[in-house]
Design a protein. Structure first.
Length: 580
């Protein structure tokens, strides 16, 4: 669409407006432009104010005061959302961080091996050892502080001097102080992990030589009997509370559908556990004997034994056989048998270890609200006032049965379930508590979406302005232009139609009057038409003078230079308009 044509059409439309309409259009345009300018400026300021990033966190009080002094000196806006955290606008955060770090701030923060980035001439071995100890402590502090539950960590190392004698060597030790985030705690695995981490970073350090305490001074993960018992007790209590809460929630989930909601049921479960673990070993022998092994040995010998040479030792015996020296041997037969059978008595060895926790007894107390119905007035009609009705014994027995089945009650074990019916009182929340809850809800859930809400609000306002102001005004302008068009052309056509209809009716009336009066054909029809038209125009002039004036003007424009009766008609219509 051509811009010039659009501008010319708008200018022409604006020129056709009267003075009041021009004032309304101008005020509307000025208001919309002013609102858009205000919106742009406001959003830019709020975005510049609200777009902050963290400059430093985990600062000490002394370092925080020095950083704030430097920011005020540089005229940099800042805010402190929480303790030990300073935020500045994001467009200057890196520049200020570098400029403040150039001043040696923060001073009390942990440092690592960046201490050796710059070499100092004339430094002694003692200075180097101190710097190494500081760097190692700083690196370990950063590592421990990187854990999710730990907010601040401080590691101190005690490194003894090296000795040439093994008997005189002393193992190094370490002490760690951790400050945890609110609502968090270190598990046993995390405590052992911290100790193993620190001991692995220092030569010849053992995990048992690492002491770990929290901000309250309580030892964590100690090897003493007291620490072990405390950890075991805490674990057992946590397990007990967890199981009790699970059973309580089961009771509420079962009863709430027909009681009328979770707020009308109160359930408390107590479980008595036996946390003592027992180990047993048993050997079971099978009375049936089983052959384990069998061994059979047999020996058998038959025939004579070998000859044995005998005689007097000497030369004669060595020369050759001598008569009378032959050995007289008889035949030999030898037999031997040995059978060995071993029997084994079978046995079964079983080792059993007890559970972590054995349930000794379960008790449950359940309180339910009663029923309510509308009171009946004297006429028998229900009122808005409610009347409390106790639940019957059958209802309480049914509830007790449901509770027993839901949490696994064992009567032989001595478990007990108690169900009572009371009227619940509606507690009124104090106004301050309600406002604090609302503020907390807004800050947690709605603040992150504040920019989106602003844009939505702007969109809604613009939509309302469009629907309530611009659209009706545009429709009014269109109606005004249509009225002008109708006044320019269709009005004349409508007047001609009305004139034809009026002539036809006048002719009928004339004929009727002629018949009643007996007037002949000599009656002047033009004069009657003229008089009737004049009377009709006079009545129209009294009712709608402005439209009639426009009509006369149009007639004059179209019939300019016509016969004199039209000029006479215009003159008489003007006089009728002045009289009206």
């Amino acid at each position: 669409m051509d811009l010039k044509v659009l501008v010319s059409q708008l200018v022409g439309l604006f020129e056709k407006l009267n003075k009041s309409q021009k004032i309304i259009v101008g005020a509307t345009i000025v208001g919309v432009v002013a609102f858009l300018l205000f919106l742009v400026v406001y959003t830019s300021k709020t975005s510049s104010r609200g777009d902050y990033k963290v400059l430093f966190d985990s600062l000490s009080a002394a370092d925080a005061s020095l950083v704030i002094q430097q920011l005020e000196k540089d005229n940099i806006p800042y805010r402190i959302p929480r303790d030990n955290v300073i935020e500045v606008p994001k467009d200057v955060v890196y520049k200020e961080r570098i400029s403040i770090a150039a001043l040696g701030l923060p001073r009390e923060s942990s440092v690592g091996f960046e201490l050796f980035d710059s070499q100092e001439f004339g430094a002694t071995s003692f200075d180097q050892n101190v710097k190494f100890l500081r760097a190692l402590e700083g690196e370990l502090s950063r590592t421990v502080q990187s854990l999710s539950p730990v907010e601040i960590a401080n590691v101190n190392l005690a490194l003894p001097k090296e000795s040439l004698f093994v008997s005189k060597q002393v193992s190094p030790t370490a002490s760690i102080v951790v400050s945890l985030y609110e609502g968090r705690m270190l598990s046993s695995k995390q405590i052992r992990g911290i100790k193993n981490l620190v001991s692995a970073a220092v030569p010849r350090m053992k995990p048992e030589n690492v002491a770990l305490i929290n901000a309250e001074g309580e030892e964590l993960g100690g090897d003493g009997d007291t620490s072990v018992l405390n950890e075991m007790s805490a674990m057992q209590m946590k397990y007990k509370n967890k199981e009790e809460r699970k059973r309580e929630q089961k009771i509420i989930n079962v009863l709430s559908p027909f009681i009328g909601g979770d707020e009308r049921v109160v359930a408390k479960v107590t479980i008595e556990y036996d946390f003592s673990q027992r180990s047993s070993t048993s050997e079971v022998y099978d009375p049936e004997s089983v052959v384990r092994s069998e061994q059979t040995i047999e020996e058998k010998r038959e025939g004579s034994s070998p000859k044995e040479i005998g005689g007097v030792p000497g030369a004669v015996s060595n020369i050759g056989p001598v008569q009378g020296l032959e050995s007289q041997s008889s035949g030999e037969k030898y037999e031997k048998s040995n059978v060995s059978t071993n029997y084994e008595i079978s046995k079964t060895v079983s080792s059993t270890k007890g559970e972590f926790a054995t349930i000794k007894r379960v008790t449950a107390a359940v309180v339910v609200d009663g029923k309510y119905k509308n009171k009946i007035d004297e006429d028998g009609n229900p009122t808005d006032e409610l009347e409390y009705i106790d639940r019957g014994e059958s209802d309480l027995e049914a509830i007790s049965s449901l509770v027993e089945q839901a949490i696994g009650i064992n009567i032989q074990r001595g478990d007990l379930v108690t169900v009572r019916n009371f009227q619940f009182e509606v507690l009124k929340v104090p106004r301050e508590q309600m406002s604090s809850k609302i503020n907390g809800f807004v800050s947690v859930y709605l603040s992150p979406f504040s920019e989106i809400f602003k844009l939505l609000l702007v969109g809604v306002i613009l939509f309302i302005v469009y629907k309530k102001l611009i659209t009706p005004f545009a429709e009014r302008m269109l109606e005004f232009s249509k009225e002008e068009d109708e006044m320019e052309r269709p009005v004349l056509e409508l007047a001609e139609e009305e004139e034809d209809d009026l002539i036809e009716r006048v002719q009928k009336m004339r004929k009727k009057v002629e018949d009643q009066l007996g007037v002949g054909e000599n009656f002047n029809e033009e004069e009657l038409k003229y008089d009737v038209l004049l009377e009709k125009v006079r009545s129209l002039a009294e009712e709608k003078p402005e439209e009639l004036a426009s009509l006369v003007q149009a007639l004059l424009d179209e019939e300019l230079g016509g016969p004199d009766p039209m000029s006479d008609l215009a003159r008489k219509m003007s006089e009728a308009t002045e009289k009206g």
